[in-house]
Design a protein around this ligand. Structure first.
Ligand code: PLP
Length: 400
């Protein structure tokens, strides 16, 4: 991984406080150094100077599509098949509501128990709202393949389990869904920017994801939705906002969806956030995702090996096989919350997921093998000396 062609890591491009080991880029990516100047320029020159003329002069209205094209290249999708906007929960709702209208005769949404709660909640809310007898069928992740049967309307899966890092076989499960004539929706929240993804090749109808995790777009950065080009025209969007209209500025009283992927836009785009994201995405221009994946696997392997050798009190909950794991490693520990707080105070930032999971994300753009070793040494100190027992580590914040 240190060969002369390697473009990784590129720590100097990120604003990371001196001495901090940041193993939480899977939850909120760090700030790329060039983002503040770009956002400031956008604020001063575009918003400040152009005012409302910015929509045309600075191209604000096109950016949900043009910047989405930069994301498309990172997940194996063609230009103009993705659009940015809203949050991931909203994009899940859009994809799922559309999927159900594509299979009106079927009533089952299949998902797995490792899915992120918001995805499950959005499905539950949609089912209640429709009141048409749909069922959310939640199965064990290991059983998803065999559960994709011909009564399934839509398969809604997050490729990388947020808690354990377990990685679903996207090509294989997409094929199963296609064989059962079920609509396939992939949530790529923990995949985009973490590993090579081939959305178009998978044949799935929908893919959604967020840009504030591995793509470093910043807190509140817009989500994305991919829709397979041949199904776009079959969908009458549930969230029929004016910017998804074929002619928003005709101000017609009735909704008429845009002919392109833009029918999945809803309202005014978050222009300041998109400026930050666009700038953050320049970091990816010459990143080889296959190289990134190789380094990510090697960092995760190193972490597992060193933790198991030095901190046997922790139990691995991620798949041991690197091919079945995303770019994060999780360990269970009864006092995981307090232990994580003690670790954070010592400069190693990971996070905690109930009930007992200590989660560590490995992002080759700014983490290297020396960081991994140092993190394990500090983790060993926290656990072997019971440093987590200090009551101050047990106060639970609003965000864990
Ligand atoms: C992070 C994440 C979300 C978050 O959704 P927001 O609406 O952006 O807050 C949703 N689903 C999955 C699978 C996630 O990992």
């Amino acid at each position: 991984m240190n060969d002369s062609h390697s473009t990784l890591p590129r720590k100097d491009l990120f604003e990371i406080p001196e001495g901090l080991i940041y193993l939480d880029g899977n939850s909120l990516g760090p700030l790329p150094k060039t983002v503040p100047a770009r956002v400031n320029a956008m604020l001063q020159a575009e918003w400040g100077h152009h005012l409302i003329r910015g929509w045309n002069l600075a191209g604000w209205m096109e950016q949900p599509l043009s910047v989405a094209n930069r994301v498309a290249r990172l997940i194996g999708a063609a230009d103009n098949t993705l659009v940015l906007g809203d949050t991931l929960s909203i994009k899940v709702y859009q994809a799922l509501s559309a999927a159900l209208t594509l299979r009106p005769e079927r009533k089952v949404i299949l998902t797995d128990s490792g899915n992120f709660p918001s995805d499950l909640y959005m499905a539950q809310g949609l089912i209640r709202q429709l009141g048409a007898g749909h069922e959310l069928r939640v199965v064990d992740p290991e059983n998803v393949a065999q559960e994709i049967t011909t009564d399934i309307a839509a398969v809604l899966l997050t490729q990388v389990d947020y808690r354990t890092g377990r990685l679903h076989d996207m090509p294989e499960l997409s094929k199963r869904a296609a064989d059962a004539n079920a609509v396939m929706i992939w949530d790529l929240a923990h995949s985009a920017g973490a590993l090579p993804v081939e959305v178009e090749e998978s044949g799935c109808e929908f893919a959604v994801g967020c840009t504030y995790k591995y793509l470093n777009g910043g807190p509140g950065a817009p989500a994305f939705i991919y829709v397979r080009p041949d199904v776009v025209s079959e969908i009458d969007p549930a969230l029929a906002g004016w910017l998804g209209h074929e002619a928003p500025f005709a101000f017609e009283p009735d909704y008429r969806p845009a002919t392109s992927i833009e029918r999945f836009r809803v309202g005014t785009p978050p222009v300041i956030q998109i400026a930050a994201l666009d700038e953050a995405l320049t970091l990816w221009d010459d990143v080889d995702l296959h190289e990134l994946r190789k380094v990510s696997v090697s960092l995760c392997e190193q972490f597992i090996e060193e933790v198991e050798a030095r901190v046997p009190q922790l139990k691995l909950v991620s798949p041991r096989d690197a091919l079945r794991r995303g770019s994060q490693v999780s360990f269970a520990f009864g006092e995981g919350y307090a232990a994580m707080q003690a670790l954070i105070e010592r400069g190693v930032i990971g996070d905690f997921r109930a009930p007992d999971v200590m989660r560590f994300g490995f992002t080759p753009l700014y983490i290297d093998g020396a960081d991994v070793s140092r993190a394990v040494v500090i983790l060993e100190e926290v656990i072997s000396q019971n440093l987590w027992e200090d009551p101050k580590y047990k106060a639970v914040g609003r965000v864990t």
